[in-house]
Design a protein around this ligand. Structure first.
Ligand SMILES: [Mg+2]
Length: 330
């Protein structure tokens, strides 16, 4: 008889370890950054974040994560059911409207593009047409919530993985730049999930593979914003040239830079937080990859224990794992 997994034994499956590492990796990074969001890098140089704190920017207690984690959990929750883009958008709307998957019942942080997209969705616009599509709609709001998708798409073809990333990004961000950023990030995660632990080898490989696929759909000029990631060694760039605003290219560059210039989960997310500006999102996006790379057991235990809704996140990881075992037939 085939070994059956359920909620009592799913923690023995390798996918549970990976999913838990990704979800907690994001939430811990997010919660570390929330109290200092919008602080400048210079301010943080004088008083760097080295541990989990409460209050600050949004006056939230220690361990409170924000929109980045909420929308990540909404996506994971939607993927516990058969894939349906409207369902993903609906769960995101429930967060916006009633605080579904919020840390403490309250929505205290939302990006402009996401706000506009949620309003469109409530007016009956199709899920894949809700996101803004101009060049000025390229905040990091789809990148920060996209990671659970890779557990669903990892066995699909390259083109299908790209199209899934596009669909899920389009709920809030429809411009090519946001979609390309999501796709790049998911492909980085996919190689880590496949067990490649040499992050520099993954970086080099993506420079070749990603460009090849993207040039089938886009012009050179569409890829130009990614020039440093696609054509340079980003880890050799000095901190003063890495920006950490809410622009999707800045967030993607900063998160890969933090991952490649550090040697532990803790070091990577603290470096991201202390870049300042959009601290929580930079650390959440960094933390997702760092969580997968170093594993849940290397996320500091006291930070995990201080997180809001720790047990709910763990239960979500288990339910999501059960669904992905079935979907991926592993
Ligand atoms: Mg946030």
């Amino acid at each position: 008889m085939e070994y059956e997994f359920d909620l009592t034994n799913v923690d023995e499956h390798y996918l549970y370890r990976q999913i838990k590492s990704a979800l907690f990796g994001i939430a811990v990074g997010d919660a570390l950054g929330v109290p200092v969001e919008f602080n400048s890098r210079d301010t943080l140089k004088l008083n760097p974040v080295t541990d989990m704190h409460g209050y600050g920017t949004y006056n939230q207690p220690k361990g409170t994560w924000s929109d980045d984690s909420s929308l990540t959990f909404c996506l994971a929750e939607a993927l516990c059911e058969p894939y349906d883009l409207t369902n993903i958008a609906q769960k995101s709307f429930n967060w916006f409207n009633e605080g579904y998957w919020s840390a403490r019942g309250e929505v205290f942080d939302i990006g402009r593009a996401t706000l506009q997209a949620m309003r469109k969705f409530s007016q009956g616009i199709r899920a894949d047409e809700c996101g803004g599509e101009s060049e000025y709609d390229n905040g990091n709001g789809s990148l920060m919530r996209i990671l659970p998708l890779i557990f669903y798409s990892q066995q699909e073809s390259e083109v299908d993985r790209y199209e899934l990333a596009m669909d899920v990004s389009c709920i809030t961000h429809r411009h090519s730049r946001s979609i390309i950023a999501c796709y790049y990030y998911l492909e980085f995660a996919r190689h880590l999930l496949e067990g490649y632990s040499d992050k520099f080898a993954i970086y080099d490989r993506l420079q070749f593979d990603i460009k090849e696929l993207l040039l089938l759909a886009y012009k050179d000029e569409d890829l130009r914003p990614f020039e440093r990631l696609f054509n340079q060694n980003i880890w050799e760039i000095s901190e003063s040239e890495i920006q950490s605003t809410g622009y999707v290219v800045h967030t993607l560059e900063a998160s890969i830079w933090c991952l490649l210039t550090t040697d532990s989960y803790q070091e990577a997310v603290l470096k991201a937080v202390n870049l300042g500006d959009d601290s929580d999102t930079t650390a959440a996006v960094t933390g997702g990859l760092a969580g997968i790379l170093y594993g849940f057991e290397n996320i500091p235990e006291n930070w995990v224990n201080e997180l809001a809704r720790r047990d709910d996140i763990d239960n979500l990881a288990k339910r999501f794992t059960l669904q992905m075992i079935k979907h991926n037939n592993v």
